[in-house]
Ligand binder design. Structure first.
Ligand code: F0G
Length: 467
């Protein structure tokens, strides 16, 4: 048993409500702001000033580190989960026995020496959230929010999605025996993701609109039917999504990287990671905070526009990018993400379609691979280094949000030289064309003739391996 001890606080007007008072659209009735989950210790300063300070309730950092490590060797599902292993910092459930888990989290932290070199830094790590059960970081948030839905007795859950949220929601709902409804923009999500929603038994509705249009329709529906909303406006999603921050520093022996680079779409993930780092800092688990920078695709760049606007006005855009996961023009959590940039001191950058494709191929060529939306991180890192915002000796962690198999069509098109339009190819310099040519590995079709095969192999073996 674990008694839930939390409240919800509006991130805009600071109104605090109990967990049972939240409306079905997770918006503050006073100001339409989004909520965050707060705990008894959330506002306590570290170290505590007085012995009778409520800080006595602050979890002890050394005990937490020990406990979290110990749980890794337990055979209980709730301990094996890379989210619930950290449950002391997300006490959102009344009954831990009812956790809905697929043993998410515990994802690898890979080093990327060749990508570090192309970016111009000494050392680069990637936290691969695509190594989660449904192939994206969404699983860490879904185990948290769907467990809440199950405990509150909902029969139906729903989300609007660019594909990964829907895959995760459908899987976790199926595990819990709940029924799920997915709203996706027709023709604008990768097939791998669509197939997951069907495989896990969701009611899948393709709307003839974009992601932002799907969000609007679902927002109206949840006010009329008892459907539990699992988009990232649901603050419990972010509680799960903050745990990769804990896991990352644990994997680095409690060292804090100087810089985290995250893709930005609906902008909840950057906010969740920021919350995770801030809580660790407050509790004394880490002694300083990293910078968090957010990278968007040029065609879906509302936060970037906000960032470079001297008046700091957010203007939604009509989004278009082949990185369909982040094809979002009106991001719900932009204020939370903007606060993370401002408070932790990161940047926002935008990257072109050609830059995304190159970065994705470079990550793939290290044997790691990721989906296009994740590759914006490396493309953005190159720009931040070139601008002097990140120095060569800084330790950087890229958050790779999705698995390469999520969007295999993109990869095939790239390697066959069919991804870019002639106009996009014409924008590339000879040096950039050569970079793409060195990375492309199109399949070679041959007659089943051993002499021909041997001759072809010889011609390839004589070509130097790129450094
Ligand atoms: N990377 C991937 C692979 C994603 O699927 C998403 C979001 C993001 C990055 C951006 O994260 O929205 O928190 O800024 N995908 C959502 C979905 C919107 O419906 O699957 P964000």
């Amino acid at each position: 048993m674990n008694v839930a001890t939390h409240h919800l606080r509006c991130t805009e007007c600071a109104a605090v409500i109990t967990k049972d008072d939240v409306s079905s659209n997770f918006r503050c009735p006073q100001c339409n702001g989004l909520y965050e989950v707060v705990y008894a210790w959330s506002d306590v300063k570290h170290p505590p000033n007085a012995p009778d300070d409520p800080a006595s309730r602050l979890p002890n950092p050394s005990a937490l580190r020990w406990l979290w490590q110990e749980r890794r060797s337990s055979s209980l599902a709730v301990d094996q989960s890379g989210v619930w292993r950290f449950r002391d910092l997300l006490p959102i459930l009344d009954d831990l026995e009812k956790v809905v888990t697929l043993r998410e989290g515990n994802t690898p932290l890979y080093d990327l020496p060749r990508c570090a070199k192309v970016a111009g830094i000494d050392w680069l790590l990637a936290k691969h959230q695509g190594m989660n059960p449904t192939g994206s970081f969404k699983d860490t948030g879904m185990t948290a929010a769907l467990s809440v839905a199950a405990q509150r007795g909902f029969e139906w859950v729903a989300c609007a999605s660019t594909g990964n949220t829907s895959a995760a929601m459908a899987a976790y709902a199926a595990r819990a025996g709940l029924r799920s409804i997915v709203f996706i923009p027709e023709g604008k999500i990768a097939w791998g993701k669509l197939s997951q929603a069907m495989d896990y038994g969701a009611l899948t509705i393709q709307l003839k609109t974009d992601f932002d249009g799907c969000v609007k329709i679902l927002g109206e529906l949840v006010q009329k039917f008892p459907i539990y909303l699992l988009n990232s406006v649901n603050p419990y999603r972010l509680e799960g999504q903050k745990t990769p921050a804990f896991e990352m520093v644990e994997q680095m022996d409690w060292q804090v990287p100087e810089h985290i680079v995250v893709p930005g779409g609906n902008l909840a993930n950057s906010a969740a990671l920021g919350k995770g780092f801030s809580e660790m800092y407050q509790l004394g688990l880490i002694s300083r905070l990293p910078k968090i920078s957010i990278i968007q695709a040029e065609g879906a760049n509302p936060l970037y526009r906000w960032f470079i606007d001297s008046n700091r006005v957010m203007k939604p855009v009509t989004a278009d990018t082949r990185a369909t996961a982040i094809r979002i023009g009106n991001p719900a959590s932009w204020r939370k993400a903007a606060a993370v940039i401002d408070e932790l001191g990161g940047w926002c950058e935008q990257v072109s379609e050609q830059e995304i494709a190159l970065a994705k191929a470079e990550i793939g060529a290290e044997g790691v691979g990721c989906e296009p939306a994740s590759a914006v991180t490396l493309a953005g890192l190159k720009k931040l280094v070139a601008l002097g915002k990140i120095t060569p000796e800084e330790r950087v962690v890229l958050i790779l949000t999705g698995h390469t198999l999520k969007d295999s069509q993109y990869t095939i098109d790239y390697h066959r030289g069919e991804l870019f339009t002639p106009a996009e190819t014409a924008q590339l310099t000879p040096a950039q064309l050569a970079q793409h040519a060195a990375l492309r590995k199109p399949p070679i079709v041959l007659q089943a003739d051993s002499t021909l095969v041997l001759r072809t192999l010889e011609s390839h073996m004589n070509q130097p391996q790129p450094a």
